[in-house]
Write a protein that binds this ligand. Sequence first.
Ligand code: WTA
Length: 658
Amino acid sequence: MSDATIEVYENEARRFPPPEAFAAGALVSDRSLYEEAEADYEAFWARQARELLTWNQDFDTTLVWDLPFAQWFVGGKLNVSENCLDRHVAAGRADKVAYHWEGEPGDTRTITYGQLLSDVEKFANVLKGFGLAAGDRVAIYLPMIPELPVAMLACTRIGVAHSVIFGGFSPTSIVDRCDDAEAKLIITADAGWRRGAPSGLKSAVDTALADGAPTVEHVIVVNRCDTDPTMVDGRDHWWHDLMAGADDHCPPVPLDSEQLLYLLYTSGTTAKPKGIMHTTGGYLTQVAFTHKYVFDLRPDTDVYWCAADIGWVTGHSYIVYGPLANGATSVMYEGTPDTPRETERHGDRSAWTKDRLWDIIERYGVTQLYTAPTAIRTFMKWGVQWPDGHDLSSLRVLGTVGEPINPEAWMWYHEHIGGRSCPIVDTWWQTETGSHMISPLPGVTTTIPGTATTPVPGVFAEVVDQQGNTVDVGGGYLTITRPWPAMLRGIWGDPQRYFETYWSEYPGRYFAGDGARVDEEGNIWILGRTDDVMNVSGHRISTSEIESALVDHAAVAEAAVVGANDEVTGQAIIGYVILIGGFDDSPELREEIRQHVATKLGPIARPKAVNVTPDLPKTRSGKIMRRLLRQIAQGEEIGDTTTLADPSVVDALRASAE
Ligand code: WTA
């Protein structure tokens, strides 16, 4: 894009907020929030905690900070499910819709706060029936169906921590996560709908339990797709049978503010995923705060849609906990927003239409849409224009998350979805931060395509150079300078790794792992990961996880993986492998190796390409030069190769990539 075009776009975007976009009422937020947080940020968060949540016992100390360990709202007691459900029902909103749920095939369910509470109480009793109590861990491996938030909230009701495992992960991933957390029970479904067909989940759990995860004693199975899975006597139980016999009264347990709420595993720079720990009071405060202010939420009238999957942190914080704590009405959809809509028969792709997103927005009158740049770029690629025939005028705020959004995609979102009248909130945050950290507030912060702008009130970020000096204008590394309520409390079972990964690189600061640039106005432009973590369709995958899956294949001696720029998915996984002597390169073998990774880690980790090479580019000290591999994968000019032990390897690599 030329500089002139960007300037036109920037000028256009700078007109925000246009007053007409907010004709419906005064803005939820204003500048005073920033001033208040700047003046005394602990007092600011204490006020938010008391105003946004209901406490069974008030806290006496806002923050205890003993780097790297933070405790927020110490001495306070509360229950997450009570905050998300009971208090709304008690306030007379039992009939208010919590979720307009829509399955991928188009089936729908409307779930009110009253119904959700009743299901959560019953399921909490089911969990108790299996002997689970505060402090235990449960794994959840479900598709995007209402039983997923029910299961999560039922855990919170009795103090059991959940570990949600994304449905696209493999049996090996299930074993690793259950073993690490010592999960006692798994909640799953026979299958979920995925691109026109049921995709099995129970079968993956069966494979996992045949191989390992010895701590798991019971499996609860939701019948979503009628695929008639095998049920193991004594171990496996149908959700509907258990619920039919469950009492619907289960009082919420008042829990310590620092009680473990959940574990969510995420990729780091080693092959072993990290169990990120989130706790109760601080997490719920910050997700409720950001959900309200970043999305300019009017809970009585809005219909909010976060089109993420609950298997990732975005869904935890902005489909389940934030919206429910605020008593909002959400859309919850089983597929991805770029899943075409089937108008005729299942599986006949020629009959699918590509207006799924507009169709849902129009039918439910969605006011806030929160999605990822990869989905936006898919629509751009499809060539969809301002969706004529669909009325999207209900939209008021558009959100984006997961990866840097390129200015072209930002403008397309702004024009074709937002009809040029919705502010775009580009929200930077991580599994570890639990909650939005850097984002504009609609109508308050001037937006510019491509920048997440400035930290939300109560969050303090700085870009630093390699030595840790603050960069006022220019590029460097993104750090957070003070603890925040929703911050991770640690890595499950590995306090040392927690300290080393996040708090040792720049002493006194949290290091996010992202590169960033600050402009003259102080806006923060996120440039992406600086470590060996890739971002594929907004999902974090580590290069070393894939490398270890590659070398696990019988034919592979050595492997290196890079994320190459990809028009739609942001980055694409490209593997380079050296074969063990005796194996010959062939398209079939490469395909088999790709499939091996998918089987080990799950379909999302399948490399886009695997190239066979006689050698890998290494420095004289033996370190693989990923930069070079990336440049080759992207078909770019190769930079300096003088540090290579054997410069001739470059030609061989080029040949293998063709
Ligand atoms: C990237 C997802 C640019 C970043 C919530 C971060 C972003 C990683 C943005 C966390 C954004 C997330 N702009 N980059 N608005 N949001 N990222 O843990 O590299 O799945 O470190 O959390 O995604 O990914 P995670």
